[in-house]
Design a protein around this ligand. Structure first.
Ligand code: ADP
Ligand code: MG
Length: 250
């Protein structure tokens, strides 16, 4: 049987602001660990977040660049989970009521001009960063740097409109150049300013319904995105050819 790949990307963009999303700590990359933190981003009792309007303006500009509908009212949500790089125990993000929905990105793919629909653009805060001792000569230990905690991100979620790793790469390239041109982000991928989660499923050629997807998280180079998709398409093809089912997982 011949299989068609179906791919949707979730992109996290670090917005180019001076300060964090809900406090006035500097939001710059590369400072000495844990020097850009305060009671708000550390989630200390009694500390209250104050929204950074500069971040909202950049997120609005991002949404407009993709032709999205901006919602006059959008709502913050708490996404609770436990992880050592998340001092509050929850991430402030947008869930049911995002900043903007329904846009598109035009780019030139392998078979001419293509358009990918954007499902939503929302804002959220970044988490801190774990540094594992293996790289510092102290194996078995992990260290946490909270400087990144609360840095503003914009998440751009596409519809599952992409059909190959090459298309995904071309789409990402166009997206990056729009984000650079509009000056919403420096898009420095080595520093994690642009990170991608890829959702991938297969379906028999000609079938309308989507298959079961898997999600590959935190890919930070175009080459890794392309290679990860190729690996996953191969893996799912082998599973389906054996008559087995793909399990939805991350
Ligand atoms: P979640 O928040 O659980 O990751 P979403 O509904 O926000 O779920 O979807 C995430 C991404 O998955 C979107 O980019 C979407 O296009 C993509 N996606 C959804 N279904 C499929 C599928 N069957 N195959 C590939 N990608 C998919
Ligand atoms: Mg996801």
């Amino acid at each position: 049987m011949s299989w068609e790949a179906v791919i949707g990307l979730e992109i996290h963009v670090r917005l180019k602001t001076e300060q964090k999303l809900f406090c006035s700590d500097r939001a710059v990359f590369g400072s000495k660990p844990n020097t850009s933190i305060c009671p708000v981003c550390m989630g200390l009792p009694g500390a209250l977040p104050v929204l950074n309007s500069e971040a909202v303006n950049l997120a609005l500009r991002t949404a407009l660049a993709f032709g999205c509908t901006i919602h006059f009212e959008s709502v913050w949500a708490r996404k609770s989970y436990f992880y050592p790089d998340l001092p509050k125990g929850y991430q402030i993000t947008q869930f049911e009521h995002p900043l903007a929905t329904k846009g598109s990105v035009m780019f030139s793919g392998s078979e001419g001009d293509m358009s990918v629909s954007i499902r939503r653009v929302h804002m959220e805060e970044d988490a801190g960063k774990l540094i594992h001792g293996e790289n510092l000569g102290s194996p078995g230990k992990s260290y946490v740097d909270f400087n990144r905690t609360g840095v503003p991100l914009c998440e751009v979620v596409s519809e599952p409109d992409l059909r190959s790793s090459e298309e995904a790469r071309a789409y990402l390239g166009e997206l990056k150049s729009i984000l650079e041109y509009t000056e919403v982000s420096d898009c420095n991928m080595e520093e994690g300013s642009l990170r991608c989660d890829a959702n991938i499923s297969l379906r028999p050629e000609g079938q309308k319904e989507f298959g079961t997807r898997t999600e590959l998280k935190n890919l930070n180079s175009f080459k890794f995105v392309q290679k990860a998709i190729e690996y996953e398409v191969d893996r799912q093809t082998r599973i389906l050819e054996q008559g087995e089912n793909v399990i939805q997982e991350t």
